[in-house]
Design a protein. Structure first.
Length: 250
């Protein structure tokens, strides 16, 4: 039985005051969650959030990481640093990083391996654009993105990782994939991995991301191959995020 996960990707939002309020609100209600709960603040607020969640079940994640451990990499943040401040997870390959910051499959694969090497767990994101969906090549696109890590790190590496299927057209648009659309791709992802390692595939958590909110979370989370969500906009309001954390069967 896979433990569901709900992770909040706060992206580049918030201030000291608003983030303190947000995490305090989440902490107050997290006892009800039927999922492992993870929050991924902007780098600079991670230590502050770590202090608030200390001793609770809330886990910390980062939104990005440098593939190198230290040295002359101006503006970057390394795995040892993230570990040092209490992170357990790192989002890798988010479509915003692929589209806006030039992260290729090769870069995401390097980062994925570096996260694991540092004893952290990647939340590896894949997903097609609207154009790709309309061309009917969704499966080829996610298969190609997955191959980047399967060919370098191998299927066994997924024992310590989480996948997130995030259709680009559903991110921040209010247009959620239907439960059937999402389930179809999740099932495809799991079956692809099962061809390499059936046990790993069965235990692997695959999150859905893209305009998940309190109104659609229960139905999405109840799909057999959807093991929770990676939440953007709705994770910035404690009540909405908590409602997603308690929704459905997971
Ligand atoms: P939204 O929930 O705002 O659509 O964002 C999803 C996402 O990109 C999470 O990583």
């Amino acid at each position: 039985m896979r433990q569901p996960m709900v992770a909040g990707n706060w992206k580049m939002n918030g201030s000291s005051d608003s983030i303190k309020e947000l995490i305090t609100g989440i902490k107050a209600g997290v006892g009800e969650a039927n999922a492992e709960v993870v929050v991924c603040p902007p780098f600079v607020y991670i230590p502050m959030v770590a202090e608030v969640v200390a001793g609770t079940a809330i886990k910390l994640g980062a939104q990005n990481m440098c593939a190198q451990d230290a040295g002359a990499h101006t503006g970057e943040v390394s795995g040892p640093m993230l570990k040092d401040v209490g992170c357990e997870y790192v989002i890798i390959g988010h479509s915003e990083r692929r589209a806006m910051y030039g992260e290729t499959d090769e870069v995401t694969a390097d980062k994925y391996s570096a996260v694991l090497k540092n004893g952290l767990k990647p939340i590896f994101c894949i997903g097609e654009t609207l154009e790709e969906r309309e061309q009917g090549i969704t499966e080829q696109v996610v298969a190609h993105q997955l191959d980047a890590i399967l060919k370098t790190a191998g299927a066994a590496s997924l024992a310590n990782a989480v996948l997130a299927y995030e259709p680009v057209w559903a991110i921040g648009t209010g247009k959620t994939a239907s439960p059937e659309q999402a389930q179809e791709v999740h099932a495809f992802i799991r079956s692809k991995i099962a061809k390499e390692d059936a046990v790993i595939a069965e235990g692997l958590r695959i999150l859905y991301g893209g305009s998940m909110n309190p109104a659609n979370a229960a139905e999405l989370r109840s799909q057999s191959d959807i093991d929770g969500g990676l939440i953007g906009g709705a994770s910035l309001k404690a009540d909405d995020f908590l409602a997603i954390c308690v929704a459905g069967q997971g």
